[in-house]
Design a protein around this ligand. Structure first.
Ligand code: BV8
Length: 233
């Protein structure tokens, strides 16, 4: 670990699974209960906004009853103890990284806890429901949508993410199946830039072949172990 100074960490639904938040793929995953194209695309929102708003209202309420787990806590510890550059890029729309105390976090697919006004483009912290079409606190229009990136929409802060990957010495992917792009492509971009790559996941992901090292098991075990190694190196 001696020459590792700048780290980029990508997290997915697997890091929040042990906090009781559904993952997407695999047994009982969100995409088993709802078809992506019915609830997570701009076309779906245009076609049946009630169905989409209820889907996100349900999830927004659920995450507020969940707690961070040892994997979130370990990354928060790393964040406060790491002297080099560190960026936690999460695909998750829950706030468990921040609730565990992590600061250097970027939500590339948005967050449940904001409402986004499609009339005045203002994002407002939001913990309540949207299906009843409440007025935007800024402009009064009843044009609020979830502040999440739907399929076909551009993820947030891509330039900042690629900038951090360019400066990185190590890229670590935690709890993600590597099924959704552009996130699933980061390991290859990192590798092409000579960055070391490590996968921590319950099972080999779709991109597992691109990683220099991989450890498979539960995030609540693997992540604290890895953070201890890093901070004691
Ligand atoms: C875009 C927010 C244009 C909403 C989400 C290239 C090739 C093919 C397709 C595409 C491509 N480029 C773009 C596409 C289309 C599409 C895409 O990737 N489709 C896939 C399905 C093929 N991508 C897009 O549309 C993206 N936008 O491309 O815009 C563009 C982009 C860049 C430049 C120019 C133009 C937008 C994608 C974002 C969509 N929004 N979320 C919401 O949450 O509802 S995606 C959502 O699904 C999540 O955010 C996450 O990204 C993804 C789920 O994946 P994971 O988090 O990995 O979860 P999953 O359940 O799959 O896996 C969990 C893993 O954890 C498993 O491996 C499991 O083993 C492990 N695990 C489970 N328990 C544990 C564990 N690990 C450790 N411990 C445990 N306890």
């Amino acid at each position: 670990m001696g020459n590792i100074r700048n780290i980029v960490i990508l997290t997915g639904a697997g890091i929040s699974a042990e906090s009781g938040i559904d993952t997407f793929r695999g047994g009982g995953g969100l995409w088993e209960q709802h078809k992506v194209e019915d609830v997570a695309t701009p076309e779906a929102f245009a076609r049946d906004p009630d169905l989409v708003l209820r889907f996100y209202d349900m999830r927004r309420e659920a995450i507020q009853t969940k707690e961070p787990n040892p994997a979130h806590e370990a990354l928060a510890q790393l964040d406060s103890g790491w002297k080099g550059e560190l960026l936690i890029v999460t695909q998750n729309v829950d706030d468990l990284h921040e609730r565990a105390g992590a600061k250097r976090v970027l939500h590339m697919h948005g967050t449940h806890l904001n409402a986004w006004c499609t009339a005045c483009d203002v994002r407002t912290p939001w913990r309540d429901t949207l299906v009843e079409r409440p007025p935007c606190p800024e402009c009064g229009e009843r044009a609020l949508r979830p502040d999440v990136v739907w399929f076909g929409e551009m993820p947030y802060e891509m330039e900042r993410i690629y900038g951090a990957l360019r400066e990185a010495d190590l890229f670590v992917s935690i709890g993600t199946s590597g099924a959704v792009y552009p996130a699933a492509g980061f390991v290859r971009e990192a590798r092409a830039m000579g960055v070391r790559t490590l996968e921590l996941n319950l099972e080999p992901s779709q991109g597992t072949a691109w990683f220099d090292d991989a450890r498979h098991g539960q995030a609540s075990k693997l992540v604290p172990q890895w953070v201890d190694e890093v901070l004691s190196s």
